[in-house]
Ligand binder design. Structure first.
Ligand code: PBG
Ligand code: ZN
Length: 324
């Protein structure tokens, strides 16, 4: 056995820093990152999100300034979330051509056309009850909600969204959106599905950031965190319905799901490091318990190793500014 100790020594490849660098398997690049942003209408100043240190709700009026900074920092892609002051029972502001969603997409693309815009496609930030669709008899009505998702997607595409990213976890939403987009001439607008999205406690800080307080929970449409096989079925179905990209959300607690989807699908695959994952790192670093920059690098490295092509992360701006 020539190739075990003492003939084989793994440390040979680790002792020289130059060799170590050459052999690094995983790289994290700004071009793989998507920066989620919150845009609020009718406010004048940037509003800090207390549960997410370093994250602000951007006033719609200053979105052009913010987008120029984001682009100048080297960010290549954003995901937009609206903080609405015009909520109703069904979230109709999302398919209003003069509503917040359409306006923020236009303003962001006018200010920084080169930054790829993913439009989060859902209703919870625009409904009074905070659910991701239309309520009928106390339950979110699937088929009516996907029809409305189609309308929203068309308005977002018309406004200039580069990618439609449905996050409502309604059955058939990808097929409904694809047919609405194709029917309105947007045949080249891709869909990134939040295909395996769990009913997660890690979304806590997001609800404050996006101003969507919820009556009850989303367990009737988002997945049970204890289920892995179901997550694979969800991504298979979305692929069959015509999704162009898949996504797993949250990230770190679901690396097993990410790896398995990577092995069974050839589609580009994203992962969403969600608000709670961000907050845990930020607050632990603030307490002096961990080194933030190294922990972020290690965590995003885990996403890449597990098979993610794209990473949605609130750390994107920090990384763009200071690197690793
Ligand atoms: C809404 C939506 C949520 C997130 C993204 N889109 C919240 C939820 O489903 O409750 C969470 C993002 C985060 O926590 O960072 N459909
Ligand atoms: Zn939603």
């Amino acid at each position: 056995m020539a190739h075990i100790f003492p003939n084989m020594r793994m440390r040979r490849l680790r002792s020289n820093p130059g060799v170590r660098d050459l052999l690094q398997e995983t790289e994290i690049s700004l071009k793989d990152l998507i920066y989620p942003i919150f845009v609020e209408e009718e406010i004048d100043d940037f509003a800090p999100v207390e549960s997410m240190p370093g994250i602000y709700r951007i006033p719609e009026r200053k979105l052009d300034v913010a987008m120029k900074e984001i682009a100048a920092a080297g960010i290549r892609a954003i995901m937009t979330f609206g903080v609405s002051h015009h909520k109703d029972e069904i979230g109709s502001d999302t398919w209003n051509r003069d509503g917040l969603m359409a306006r923020m997409i236009k303003r962001a693309k006018d200010a920084a056309p080169e930054v790829v815009l993913f439009s989060d496609t859902c209703f919870c930030e625009y409904t009074t009850h905070g659910h991701c669709g239309v309520i009928h008899d106390g339950d979110v009505h699937n088929d009516h909600s996907i029809e409305n998702l189609g309308r929203q997607a068309v308005v977002a595409a018309e406004a200039g969204a580069d990618v439609i990213a449905p996050s409502a976890m309604m059955d058939g939403q990808i097929a409904a959106i694809r047919s609405a987009l194709d029917g309105s001439g947007h045949v080249n607008t891709p869909i990134m599905s939040y295909s395996s999205k769990f009913a997660s406690a890690y979304y806590g800080p997001f609800r404050a950031a996006a101003g969507c307080d919820l009556d009850g929970d989303r367990k009737a449409y988002q997945m049970n965190p204890m289920n892995g096989r179901e997550a694979l079925r969800e991504s298979d179905l979305d692929e069959a319905e015509g999704a162009d990209m898949l996504m797993v959300k949250p990230g770190l607690p679901y690396l097993d799901v990410l790896t398995k989807i990577r092995q069974r699908s050839l589609l580009p695959l994203g992962v969403y490091q969600v608000s709670g994952e961000y907050a845990m790192i930020k607050f632990a670093a603030q307490a002096g318990a961990i080194d933030e920059v190294r922990v972020v690098r290690e965590t995003l490295g885990a996403f890449k190793r597990a098979g993610a092509d794209l990473i949605l992360t609130y750390f994107a701006m920090d990384i763009a500014r200071q690197g690793f």
